[in-house]
Design a protein around this ligand. Structure first.
Ligand code: NAD
Length: 636
C-alpha cells in the first residue's frame, strides 16, 4: 500500500510499518519461519540465536526451502533471491538496536523470555515494538517487569509460519492500542490474516479448538469398543473437517497437543471444559506420541496406513418405510425419501422415524415419542457428506441400520454404527466447539468475527464455530450441551449465559415472530431489541401495549432464566411513558434488583434508539426449579 507524498501516513493504512527493520530472536522452527515471512514481505530482517551458527543455519534452511519452491515453480527466482538477501544473521542483542520490531521466538520459558526482553529493552529505541511468539505465556506476565510494557504484544504465528495464514495479535492489558494497530497492519501486509485477542490462556485457537480433540478422546474413554477411525472418519466425512482429531493429534504429537491442553486447563484455574484426557495422557506416558514415534492412536510404522472405518452392510428389501423428521430432511431428500403421511406408509408398512440427534439418545427419543427411531449424527452438508453416524432405538425392527445403509448407499453415503450416547460424535463435537466459542467471546478473548476467522484460518475448521452455531440453531446447541451435561455433570458441558440467552430466545416463537434479537443475556440481566413493524401496531397507529409487555417479558425471561434454572413471572407492573411508533427500534433491558430465596425483583426498561423511555416495568419472578427447556413441547 502506498501513500501519496503529500498525505501523512496514518495508523491503519500500513504505510507506517512498510519500511520497518525486523529482528527475530530464536532461529528455531518458528523463528526461521517468521524471519522468512518478514523478509519475503520486503523487510530487512536480522536473525539472532543464542546457539553459535544457529542463525546462519536458519538462513541456509530458508534459502533451501525457497530453492525447492522455485524448482517446483511456486516461487519466482528473483523474489526468492531477494528474500534471502534481506535475511541477515547477527551475533548479539546489541545488533538489534536499530530494529522497529523485534519478535522473540526463543524457548517457552518465562525466565528466559524475561531476561531476553530486558536485554532488548536496554538497546532498542523507545518506539521499538517487542513482540512474543509465545503459545502459552501471558503477555501481561512477559511485559510486567519492563519499564515500557505498552510496547509489548503477542504475535502468535502457527507452524509452519510461512504457510499458515492466521496470526493472533495478542493485546496485553498494558499494550498501547497504536502498537496493536501497527501489528495488525504489518501482519496483513505480510499476506496473513490477523485477529486481535486478549492475553488469555490459549488465546483464541488453542482455547476454542480444545473440544475438537477433547471430545474425541472422551468418546474413546466412554466407549472402549468405538474404533478411533470411526470418530475421525465421521468428523471428516460428515463434519467437513480436513482431518479427524485423533489422526491430527498423532501428526501434531500427542505430547505437544496434551501440553497445550494442560496449559490452558491450568491457566483457567482447572476449568473442566479444558480438563486433560486420561486416554491422551496414557498415550503420552507410554511414549506413543504419534507419527514421530511410529505409533500413537494409530500405528505409523513403515507401510502403515490409516485403518478404514467399518461401515454398516446394506440390507436391501427389508420392507421398512421411513418417516423423515424435519431435522433429517437434507439427507432424506438426497436419498429420495418422501415422507409418508401418518404412522404407516401407503403400503401399510411400519415406519421408522429418521431424525438427527438433538442431544437425546435414540432410546430417549423413542421413549418420548413412542416411535421407533433411527437417530442420525449431524452432517454439516447433507448434499456432500460421504458418511453419517447412526444408531437404532431399541424398538426398531432388526436390520433397520442395514436398511438405512441400503437407502443411503444409492446416494453415495456410508453409514457408521455408533453407540447410543448424547450428541453422538459430530453433533457433540460441533456443540462443544460452538459453546467454547461463545464462552470465549463472552469472556472478552476476541470478537465474534475474529473467533470465526481464527478457527477457519488457524485451525482449518470448515466453518467458524459462531456462524455454525447460528446455522445449527442456538437452542439445538444448548440442547446437545444440556444432554451431555446431564450425562456428565462436571461443568465441562455448561452453557454460558450468552448461549443460554440465545437458546431461550430461539425457543420462543413469539419473540421470533416479532423479529427480536438478543442484545445481552446472563444471570440477572437480559436485553432484546426489535424494530417496530406494522404488525406491532394497534388500530391507533401506536405500538400495542401487549406487544410492549411481550418485549419486556422476553428480556425478563432471559434475565431470570440465565442461571439455567426454570423461573416464571409472578407479576408485571407497567408504567407507560410514551407510545412506540413506526420507525422506533425498541430495546427492552431487564436487570435483577433483588432476590429473596426463590423470588426475584427486576427492573425492565423499554427504550427507543435515542434512549427515550417507552415504558418502565417492574417484574417479579419465582424460580420453580428444573432445567430451562431446550426444545419446544410439540417438537418432542
Ligand atoms: P525451537 O526450540 O525450535 O527454537 C528455539 C530457539 O531459540 C533455539 O534455536 C534456541 O537456540 C533459541 N534460544 C533459546 N534461548 C535463547 C535466547 N535467550 N536468545 C536467543 N536464542 C535463544 O522452538 P520453537 O518451536 O521455534 O518455539 C519458539 C517459540 O514459539 C516458543 O515460545 C513456542 O511456544 C512458540 N510457538 C511454537 C510453535 C510450534 O509449533 N513449534 C507454534 C507457535 C508458537
Amino acid at each position: 500500500m502506498t501513500t501519496p507524498p503529500d498525505q501523512p501516513a496514518t495508523a491503519g493504512d500500513g504505510a507506517r510499518t512498510a519500511g520497518w527493520v525486523v529482528g527475530v530472536v530464536g532461529a528455531g522452527t518458528m523463528g526461521a519461519g517468521i524471519a522468512q515471512v518478514a523478509a519475503a514481505a520486503g523487510h530487512r530482517t536480522l536473525l539472532l540465536d543464542a546457539r553459535d551458527g544457529a542463525a546462519a543455519d536458519a538462513v541456509a534452511q530458508v534459502a533451501g526451502r525457497l530453492r525447492r519452491s522455485v524448482e517446483k515453480g511456486r516461487t519466482d527466482a528473483a523474489h526468492a533471491a531477494a528474500t534471502v538477501d534481506r535475511l541477515q544473521p547477527v551475533g548479539s542483542v546489541a545488533d538489534l538496536a536499530g530494529c522497529d520490531l523485534v519478535v522473540e521466538a526463543v524457548v517457552e520459558d518465562l525466565a528466559v523470555k524475561h531476561a531476553l526482553l530486558a536485554d532488548l529493552a536496554a538497546v532498542v529505541t523507545p518506539g521499538t515494538v517487542l513482540a512474543s511468539n509465545t503459545s502459552s505465556l501471558s503477555v501481561d506476565d512477559l511485559a510486567a517487569p519492563l519499564h515500557r510494557p505498552g510496547r509489548v504484544a503477542g504475535l502468535h504465528f502457527f507452524n509452519p509460519a510461512p504457510l499458515m495464514r492466521l496470526v493472533e495479535v495478542v493485546r496485553g492489558a498494558a499494550t498501547d492500542p497504536a502498537v496493536v494497530t501497527d501489528l495488525v497492519d504489518l501482519v496483513r501486509a505480510w499476506g496473513k490474516v490477523p485477529v486481535v485477542c486478549a492475553s488469555t490462556p490459549g488465546f483464541v485457537v488453542n482455547r476454542v479448538a480444545r473440544p475438537f480433540y477433547g471430545e474425541a478422546f472422551r468418546l474413546l474413554a466412554e466407549h472402549p469398543d468405538l474404533e478411533p477411525t470411526v470418530v475421525d472418519t465421521l468428523l471428516r466425512g460428515a463434519g467437513g473437517f480436513p482431518m479427524g482429531p485423533l489422526e491430527l493429534t498423532d501428526l501434531i504429537g500427542q505430547d505437544v497437543n496434551a501440553a497445550v491442553g494442560r496449559s490452558v486447563w491450568q491457566a483457567t484455574g482447572e476449568d473442566p471444559r479444558y480438563a486433560p484426557s486420561p486416554v491422551q495422557d496414557a498415550l503420552v506416558a507410554a511414549g506413543t506420541l504419534g507419527r514421530k514415534t511410529g505409533s500413537g492412536v494409530y500405528p505409523h510404522g513403515p507401510g502403515a496406513t490409516l485403518p478404514v472405518a467399518p461401515t454398516v452392510a446394506a440390507i436391501p428389501g427389508t420392507g421398512l418405510a421411513w418417516q423423515p423428521h424435519p431435522s433429517a430432511a437434507g439427507l432424506a431428500e438426497r436419498a429420495g425419501v418422501a415422507a409418508p403421511v401418518g404412522l404407516r406408509d401407503p403400503g401399510s408398512r411400519p415406519c421408522v422415524v429418521l431424525r438427527t440427534t438433538d442431544g437425546r439418545t435414540a432410546a430417549a427419543v423413542e421413549e418420548a415419542t413412542g416411535r421407533p427411531t433411527v437417530l442420525l449424527d449431524l452432517v454439516r452438508d447433507p448434499g456432500s457428506c460421504s458418511h453419517v453416524g447412526a444408531v437404532a432405538s431399541p424398538g426398531c425392527p432388526p436390520g433397520a441400520l442395514g436398511a438405512l445403509a441400503a437407502l443411503l448407499a444409492g446416494a453415495g453415503v456410508a453409514v457408521c454404527e455408533l453407540p447410543d450416547s448424547p450428541g453422538l460424535v459430530v453433533a457433540r463435537t460441533a456443540a462443544t466447539l460452538v459453546a467454547a466459542a461463545e464462552d470465549a467471546v463472552e469472556a472478552g478473548v476476541a470478537g465474534a468475527g475474529d473467533v470465526d476467522l481464527a478457527m477457519e484460518h488457524g485451525a482449518g475448521h470448515p466453518q467458524g464455530p459462531l456462524s455454525w452455531g447460528a446455522a445449527l440453531g442456538h437452542a439445538w446447541v444448548a440442547g446437545v450441551m444440556d444432554a451431555l451435561h446431564a450425562a456428565t455433570p462436571t461443568g465441562r458441558y455448561r452453557v454460558c449465559p450468552t448461549l443460554r440467552g440465545r437458546a431461550v430466545l430461539a425457543l420462543d416463537r413469539v419473540s421470533a415472530d416479532l423479529g427480536l434479537t438478543l442484545v445481552d443475556a446472563g444471570p440477572g440481566s437480559g436485553a432484546v431489541r426489535g424494530e417496530v413493524t406494522a404488525r406491532w401496531l394497534n388500530g391507533f397507529g401506536i405500538v400495542h401495549g401487549g406487544t410492549v409487555c411481550t418485549v419486556a417479558d422476553t428480556a425478563l425471561a432471559l434475565a431470570c432464566n440465565g442461571a439455567g434454572e426454570l423461573t416464571v413471572g409472578g407479576s408485571l407492573d407497567v408504567t407507560w411513558v410514551s407510545p412506540g411508533r413506526p420507525g422506533d427500534v425498541l430495546t427492552a433491558r431487564a436487570v435483577q434488583r433483588a432476590r429473596y430465596g426463590r423470588n426475584g425483583v427486576y427492573d425492565i426498561t423499554v427504550t427507543r434508539q435515542d434512549g427515550s423511555l417507552v415504558a418502565e416495568v417492574r417484574g417479579r419472578t419465582r424460580t420453580v426449579g428444573g432445567p430451562v427447556p431446550t426444545r419446544l413441547p410439540e417438537d418432542a
